[in-house]
Ligand binder design. Structure first.
Ligand code: ZN
Length: 684
């Protein structure tokens, strides 16, 4: 591993900091923290932490000695001054005299001693940093180091790899106990460069930022050299079997890793998937699957993202999807049972009182194909997958130099259910569509875009499909979460299937399809050319059928129900003169919606439609509004609000109606009217 320290960059950082009133040491602390955070071989997503001992002025204007320590869960790659809250050092150090400190007391003491009372909570490893005497302390979970220390004889391997430069601290869970043990070991053996925290990570220190950082890089390089020197010869695994594509496998995995809600009939707890199928992952699954399947985290804080062991599935061989689906459901069921037993056993040992987390898998291994990370959002699923990839790399190297050994079950439980670790995941209330995946067609149009925004705001992951990809991408920029924009022409069956395959491969499946794409054609029905009528049916009827069919196929593979939503029109109920080419397929669309409700109700798939009228959109442009208002002798405002309530109806109103239908778990075959009141178009 090479040092990324560039003296000119560091000097520039110090100069820029000085203009903003930031002291040089803090600027350098931020610079080297970001260097460490930028390498996934050192830390991943909020793991690891750094600190600086310096002085600061408190609210009374008095200068005091402080520890600037990374905030709990903050990402080192993106750190700034606010991510390194300052805590009074003396009160932290006084804690060393105590025998034990309760978690709540520790957090209270930290918060009471923050220089800025509004600052985020310091890292859970704050005391480890506070007790060490060095000005700069860096702590990472470097992968090559983990491969050496996650071993039955980790201490011996460390002595061989690092000599006396790092002292070995046996495993203890992070917190007060580990901090006390670490300073005892340090004072006894006075290592020159830092500490190894058994089965957890590495600490380096120094009088300057560069010294602490470059010691970290040098130690990690020694670990890499040790692995290279000691690697046992091994056979290269080759994959000869042909797997089903990810798009076909993912919905089966996702469905099996969902859980029925015991409180709300028809509701499911679902997860979003992130797939990794690189050559390294696939070959590791061939050669080390047995070891990986036994599980065990490579460093304790991964447990909150990955759980302690993965779900291992059989090969998904081509043409044998039914067998794979059966085996997947059985394996997922066995996983849940095993997790519940583990919780019951360990909760009892720990004195009871813990609340069980959901028992669903977070990492799924499919030999021959790759791995899935699972979480409640796409962003978090990608974090889980990143951690799982690094976990595989560490275990594989550990097996090359010896035998991978993780912490014991009781130790894993203590970390997984440690309130300070759980706090990193946040406690915010989840939005109503969390874990669900929604597809919107015609997503670049006014109603489609408003619907995509409304569903994302309600917590769904959203795929925006439109025949105009650039316009869909434009809309995706203003949708929250992690939207996926795809080109899709609903008049082309191949285009629809390809788009749904991409969605299934990207998010893991589909729960809600809002079939919205449409366009209007006019003509007096007795005289209109047949090809006009056919064109309109192709888009305004068959387009919906293709989308619904593709969505239902995925929903059935998941086995967790779903929801089809159609944009019908007032024309479906109340035809307008010379508007037959548009109204007739829309009338057929209402019948289509009812047919889906009828044929798939037993599968928990609901089908509903929104009947909206007079919305400013691509179908009713500003020019059309002006000309129609003029033709009727009305102002534009009066024309647009020409309904019983005299209120203009907007695309957002239609989006809210779709959202309501998605959430109404006991409603199917429903038409919701959003038109301000038009008695001729009232449903009867
Ligand atoms: Zn750590």
């Amino acid at each position: 591993m090479k040092s990324k320290w560039v003296e000119a960059d560091a000097a520039e950082r110090v100069a820029r900091g000085a203009n903003a009133g930031i002291e040089p040491d803090l600027s350098l602390r931020i610079y080297s923290t970001a260097l460490l955070g930028s390498d996934p071989k050192l830390v991943l997503h909020g793991g690891g932490n750094t600190s600086l001992k310096t002085r600061a002025r408190d609210l009374h204007g008095e200068e005091v000695e402080v520890l600037r320590i990374k905030a709990s869960g903050a990402d080192m790659a993106a750190i700034g001054p606010a991510g390194l809250p300052a805590v009074r050092l003396a009160p932290l150090r006084r804690l060393r005299a105590l025998e034990a400190v309760a978690d709540e007391d520790l957090v209270a003491i930290e918060r009471a001693n923050l220089i800025d009372p509004a600052a985020p909570n310091p890292s859970v490893e704050v005391l480890l940093h506070a007790f060490l005497p060095h000005k700069f302390v860096d702590h990472t979970h470097a992968s090559p180091v983990l491969s050496i220390i996650d071993q039955p004889d980790g201490e011996k391997k460390c002595a061989e790899a690092f000599g006396g430069r790092l002292a070995f601290v046996p495993y203890l869970m992070p917190g007060f106990g580990l901090a006390k043990k670490a300073i005892e070991v340090f004072e006894r053996s006075r290592p020159s460069d830092g500490l190894i925290l058994g089965k957890h990570g590495i600490v380096t220190f120094g009088a300057g930022a560069r010294e602490a950082y470059e010691r970290m890089i040098e130690m990690v390089t020694l670990a890499e050299d040790f692995i290279a020197r000691n690697t046992k010869p091994r056979t290269i695994a080759t994959v000869s079997r042909q797997p089903e594509p990810v798009a076909a496998v993912a919905p089966i995995v996702r469905g099996a890793c969902s859980q029925k809600d015991d409180q709300i009939e028809g509701a499911w707890r679902r997860l979003v998937l992130d797939f990794r199928g690189g050559a390294d992952v696939v070959s590791a699954l061939e050669s080390d699957l047995t070891r990986l399947g036994q599980g065990g985290v490579v460093t304790p804080d991964h447990t909150i993202r990955t759980k302690n062991w993965p779900l291992v599935l059989p090969h998904a061989d081509i043409g044998e999807l039914d067998d794979f689906a059966r085996a997947t459901r059985e394996a997922a069921h066995a996983f849940v049972t095993r997790y519940r037993d583990y919780f019951a056993r360990e909760n009892k040992r720990a004195g009871g009182g813990k609340r069980e987390l959901d028992p669903l898998p977070r990492v799924v291994l499919v030999p021959g194909l790759g791995l899935f990370g699972l979480a409640r959002t796409k962003r978090e699923a990608a974090i889980t997958a990143d951690i799982a990839e690094e976990w595989i790399a560490v275990v594989r190297d550990a097996e090359r130099v010896g035998r991978f050994e993780s912490i014991a079950e009781a130790e894993m439980f203590d970390c997984e259910y440690w309130p300070l670790e759980q706090a990193k995941l946040g406690t915010r209330k989840e939005p109503p569509l969390a874990g669900q995946i929604a597809v919107v067609t015609g997503a670049a149009g006014a109603i489609g875009a408003a619907t995509a925004r409304a569903f994302a705001a309600a917590g769904a992951e959203v795929a925006l499909l439109d025949v105009n990809l650039a316009a869909a991408r434009e809309q995706a920029k203003v949708v929250g979460g992690s939207p996926l924009a795809l080109a899709c022409d609903v008049t082309d069956g191949g285009s629809v299937r390809a788009a749904f395959d991409q969605i299934a491969a990207h998010f893991g499946g589909v729960d809600i399809a809002v079939s919205n794409a449409g366009a209007a054609w006019q003509g007096r029905i007795g005289e209109v050319a047949e090809d006009i009528l056919r064109k309109s049916f192709e888009l305004n009827f068959y387009g919906h059928q293709r989308v619904a069919q593709a969505a239902v196929k995925i929903m059935l593979a998941q086995g967790t129900g779903g929801c089809l939503l159609f944009n019908a029109s007032k024309q479906a109920v109340n035809p307008g003169p010379n508007f037959g080419p548009y109204g007739l397929p829309k009338a057929a669309l209402l019948a289509l919606m009812r047919q889906y409700a009828l044929d798939y109700g037993a599968d928990g798939i609901r089908a509903n439609a929104v009947n909206a009228d007079r919305i400013r959109s691509g179908l009713l442009t500003e020019d059309m509004i002006a000309s129609r208002a003029k033709a009727r002798g009305l102002s534009e405002r009066d024309y647009m609000s020409g309904n019983l309530l005299s209120r203009e109806v907007t695309a957002e109103d239609v989006a809210e109606a779709f959202l309501h239908q998605a959430l109404a778990l006991k409603t199917t075959a429903d038409v919701t009217t959003v038109d301000g009141g038009n008695i001729a178009a009232a449903m009867r």
